[in-house]
Design a binder for this molecule. Structure first.
Ligand code: ATP
Length: 366
């Protein structure tokens, strides 16, 4: 079993610590996506797990093996980790099959050994897995970006790793290819029973492909949960805004309701990292997802249930399956609402706006 456990990991460069007491767990066979703003430490975390950087303190365990702990730093080539970089980084003087074979030799190989191993059943099996058997004899320079990334993935899997680290592997690809390749990666890791970590700048990609998502900021993991947990119950308003579109309102908590500029809404208070939930009567920051706003034409039947406000559609971003409406409410509040194609209303329409379902209420300083 190749579960990954990172405990209390602190890592830095000459300028000081970059990761601060990071905890991450990835159960065997799962794919964890790491998201966070540029410079938050995602690559530093991957490089430390791979053994390319030394930790200042903390532990890293892969399966049963402690690979990093006080006084222990297992060499990268002994960690049984596969690495898929952003640019594939294939050896230009080796063919596709030889590149994969080189991976199988786990860093101990030479170009000659790779050439010998290139005709092995295992290399053929891996090329079949990534759908590249017909291109086995091509040079890397004759591959498309997506094909090169598939070779890099096969090469990473070739040594039978316990863990595969993917650092922005789809970054340079166009959106269609990106979607295809991430589905292929997900399938392959599952089929091979390999645990994976994927660093991505694309929040939607993280939510759609991973079993769990870790959201990092400033060298800390703010939340690690299933895509649904991270999106539906974000740990902080910042996490909410980072993983998806969010509308924030000021409010005052009254029992299971919150009084806001768009009326009284059913509310669920969220505790902060110290376990403190907002108290009754306290000012709160209210999170509403744009798809939780209901928008109907003002001249249509009244909105059932919750209180509704009058407003006007000031702009429309149409995406086919849905649309984002910019709304100006009568009392000066601006909101963004996501509606499905069947609820679509054009710019300039007078509407009534209400909120479906309970909203989350956070302590405002959080
Ligand atoms: N070799 C290095 N020496 C000194 N500082 C470094 C080094 N590599 C990275 N850093 C710093 O460490 C911090 C984290 O960098 P890291 O590359 O881990 O971030 P990241 O989240 O992967 O960023 P990005 O999304 O832009 O790739 C940044 O402030 C960066 O400037």
């Amino acid at each position: 079993m190749s579960r990954l456990e990172v405990r209390d990991l602190t890592v830095g460069y000459e300028g000081g610590p970059v990761l601060h007491a990071v905890d991450v767990e990835v159960p065997h066979g799962e794919l964890l996506a790491i998201v966070g703003p540029s410079g938050c430490g995602k690559t530093t975390l991957l490089r430390t797990i791979a053994g390319l950087l030394r930790a200042q303190s903390g532990e890293i365990r892969i399966g049963q093996r402690m690979v990093t702990t006080h006084g222990i730093h297992l060499a990268p080539e002994k960690r049984r980790i596969g690495w898929v970089p952003q640019d594939a980084a294939l050896f230009p003087h080796l063919t596709v099959a030889e590149n994969v074979a080189f991976g199988m030799l786990a860093g101990r190989g030479s170009a000659r050994a790779a050439r010998r191993a290139a005709t092995s059943d295992e290399v053929r099996r891996l090329l079949d897995l990534v759908d590249l058997a017909p291109l086995a004899h091509r040079a890397p320079g004759q591959l498309s970006g997506g094909q090169a990334q598939r070779v890099a993935l096969a090469r990473a899997l070739a040594a039978g790793p316990e863990l595969v680290l993917l650092d922005e592997p789809f970054g340079a690809l166009d959106p269609m290819l990106r979607a295809d390749l991430r589905a292929a990666v997900r399938e392959l890791l599952r089929a091979e029973g390999v645990t994976g970590i994927l660093v991505t700048h694309d929040q939607a990609e993280a939510l759609s492909v991973a079993d769990r998502v870790a959201v990092m900021r400033g060298g800390e993991v703010l939340q690690l949960g299933t895509p649904e947990e991270v999106y539906r119950t974000p740990a902080t308003p910042w996490v909410a805004g980072f993983v998806g579109d969010a509308v924030f309102l000021r409010g005052v908590l009254h029992g299971d309701e919150v009084a806001t500029s768009i009326g009284r809404l059913r509310a669920m208070p969220v505790a902060d990292a110290a376990g403190l939930a907002p108290e009754d009567g306290a000012d709160v920051t209210v999170l509403v997802r744009p798809e939780e706003l209901r928008v109907v034409r003002a001249d249509a039947a009244s909105v059932a249930g919750a209180a509704a406000l009058d407003g006007i559609v000031t702009d429309v971003e149409y995406t086919g399956h849905d649309a984002m409406l910019a709304l100006a409410l009568a009392d000066g509040v601006s909101l963004r609402a996501r509606v499905t194609a069947s609820e679509f209303v054009p710019r300039g329409t007078e509407v009534r706006v209400s909120v479906a379902g309970p909203v989350l209420a956070y302590r405002p300083e959080y």
